[in-house]
Every structure is written in C-alpha cells, then in structure tokens.
Design a binder for this molecule. Sequence first.
Ligand SMILES: *Cc1c(COP(=O)(O)O)cnc(C)c1O
Length: 379
Amino acid sequence: MKIATRLIHSGHAVDPTTGALSIPIYQASTFRQESVDHFGRYDYSRSGNPTREALEETIAALEGGSRGFAFASGMAAISSALLLFSSGDHLVVCEDVYGGAFRVLTTLFQRLGIETTFVDTTDLAAIRAAIRPSSRGLYLETPSNPLLKVTDLRGAAALAREHGLLTLVDNTFMTPYLQRPLELGCDIVLHSGTKFLNGHSDVLCGFAVTRDEELGKRLKFVQNAFGAVLGPQDSWLVLRGLKTLKVRLEESQKNARALAEWLQRQPAVTAVHYPGLADHPGHRVHSEQSAGPGAVLSFTLATPELTRTLLERLELAAFAVSLGGVESIISYPAKMSHAAMPPAERAARGITDTLVRLSVGLEDLDDLVADFERVLNGA
Ligand SMILES: *Cc1c(COP(=O)(O)O)cnc(C)c1O
C-alpha cells in the first residue's frame, strides 16, 4: 500500500477490543500482573504503554523501519539516540544543524567526552576528510535548518558505512511522507514530532526509528533506562495528527512553492532558499531522494530594519518559534532556533540578521501573499 493509505490504515487504525476507530488513551502508569514468574506484555508505562506503542509502531512502519520510539520532545529523541555513543567517540555533524542539537553536542556531550566536528555535508569529500579513526557517527539534516542545504543521503550513508559509522538523520522537515532515509541506507531517523507529524502546534514530541533489530534493541534500552518517554495523551494526539499528514503537507507545500516563487520576484528580498526552486544548489539531489521540497523555506531581506518590520507586522504568519503547524509561522533563526550558537559560528554558517525562516501553513495563498505584499511593498 502507498504511504497515503498507510497513514490512515496503520496496524492501529481500529481498537481490537471494541472496534473503535481510534486507539484508547491508556492513562495508566502501571499494570496488574497475574504471575510472579511471567509478567504480562505491559508492566510499567516507562517500559511500554499501549497508546505510545501504537504510535511507535505507526512511525516505524511509515519510515520503513522495524522499531520506533516516542520521546517527550525532539531533543529528548536526539539526546537519547546520542547516548548510543561513548566517551572517546567522535561524530561528524552537518554544520547548520538544528540549534538545540548544536547546543547539546557542544556542551553536555562534549563534557561526557564525545567530540564533534561540524562540516558542510553537502560536500561528500568534506565528510570523508573529517572522519578519524575514532569516528563512530555521522549526523545529518537535509534539507538543513535554516538554510535548506541538501546532503546526498545515499552517498553519505555509503561513505559512513565504509568507515564503520552509524548515520543518523533528522527528518523533521520532510517527514516519511516525503523522504525515508532508512530506505537510502541510513541507520537512525530522528524527528521532532512537534512539527509536521503532529501538525497542530499543541504537542511536544520526538521519535527515533531504526531498521536494524540489534540497533533497535540498544535504543529500546536507552529509552527505558533514560526514561524521556512520551505520555499517553500526547501519543494519542500525535496519532490523530498523523492521519491528516498527507493533506496538510501537500497543501502547505503547494503554498510554499508559490510563495517561494513570489518572494524571488520581490526587490526587497535578496535570496530565497527552497529546494523546490530550480536554481537551488541542492535541487537535483533533493529531487532524487525525496518526493517533494516540503513547506519550509528561508529568505534574506535587504536590511535588518526591514527584517524586523516584517517579523513584527505580518498578520497571518505568526512570529514564533517552531514550524510545521496548520498556521504559517515566521521565525528569526539568529534569535530563536540558533540563538544557542555563538555569533561567530552563526555568521560563518550564513545565519545572518537578515535571514528569516518561514513554515507555510494552510491559509489561502492569496491572503498569505497579500499579507507579505502589505509589509514588504507597503501595499
Ligand atoms: C524543533 C526541531 C528539533 C527539536 O525538537 P523539539 O520537539 O523542539 O525538542 C530538532 N530538529 C529540528 C529540525 C527541529 O525543527
């Protein structure tokens, strides 16, 4: 079955006990056991909860993996996956990685003895050059945040495998509807489910998905031992959100494509980064490894003053952190998602004070354009 069908008819579309077309919220921390020698399938909700498990099996199937794990946030998923590494290990990481991942790698994990080299992973030779004898992992985001740079997942995963590194991919911007890194040879897919997967700006959630059984067992151990699990109510909300992923993403992507083209024609806009544009440097690679450019783009404006005006005066696009909701959200990476990055690092990566990131929602396109037109061109 195609993914659009699988979003609706996952193995958990129907409650097996009642036939309800929605999995119940098992709001329980513990489960009664019948025998001292043989515990039942569930004993304690940190180790397993039926609602969370329905969500975990759904995301695993959508990504083409064998095991899925749901966490309390995207950062909980990312940090838990990074706990697979040990003191003395070295990681190669894409340079414009999500700010929170940059922060946890350069503070907590560095303190625990895990070293990181940030490279421009759009260049496979740069990845190869950064690999050391102690390298154990390659951590990627494509398209990246906030510059929408594209890494060749198949090429990077093959290179990592050749050197014995695990490849981890943050697939938040794409979701499995548009891109499935496990099918391209990557080992672990990570998500902030807070964004498109839930899609309604009302839940924090994260995922890790593996295909290899052994790796899945190791991650299960981390999830249970570290304990940053997703609660049953939030699991149910994300199960509901997932059912409409296709229509939300298709519609947002259509709006994003049109807005990117419109922004390109505006004199006040100096650059537009969107992998759906034919002149985007990663356009060809992205088209080969994914089913669409997604609904996030970024662009730069002529002056910092105009940037500030745009952020504060738009009426439809909310000036806020986050992305992937039904509403358009405009954010300022330098002061938001990448505030945790030192200014010099930010500047070196092109995250300037005229760069804004736009997550396009489900509003009518004409209204969105009119909102931008009013602020940019004083109409
Ligand atoms: C938001 C985000 C995260 C972090 O997820 P939280 O749910 O906020 O913890 C990680 N990666 C990307 C690409 C994100 O956009």
